[in-house]
Design a protein around this ligand. Structure first.
Ligand SMILES: [Zn+2]
Length: 66
C-alpha cells in the first residue's frame, strides 16, 4: 500500500488546447459522459468544448480554442 493517491478523481483523458483568446496553451479534460472535452482558459476563464467524434473524425490530439 505504498500507492497513496491524493487526487480525488481518477485519471481522465485530456487533450492539449491552444486558447487563441490569450495565446496560451493548456490541457482540458473529458467530461463525465465522454462526449466532449471541456474546460476553461486558465487566464480569462473562457469556456471551451470540443466534441468527440467517433466515426471517421480527426485523430488529432491538438485543438485550437476560440
Ligand atoms: Zn483566454
Amino acid at each position: 500500500m505504498a500507492d497513496q493517491d491524493a487526487s480525488p478523481s481518477p485519471q481522465r483523458p485530456s487533450v492539449g488546447v491552444h486558447f487563441k483568446c490569450c495565446n496560451i496553451y493548456s490541457k482540458i479534460y473529458i467530461n463525465h459522459a465522454a462526449t466532449a472535452y471541456t474546460g476553461h482558459c486558465p487566464r480569462c476563464a473562457c469556456p471551451i468544448e470540443i466534441p468527440i467524434v467517433e466515426n471517421g473524425g480527426s485523430s488529432s490530439k491538438f485543438f485550437s480554442g476560440s
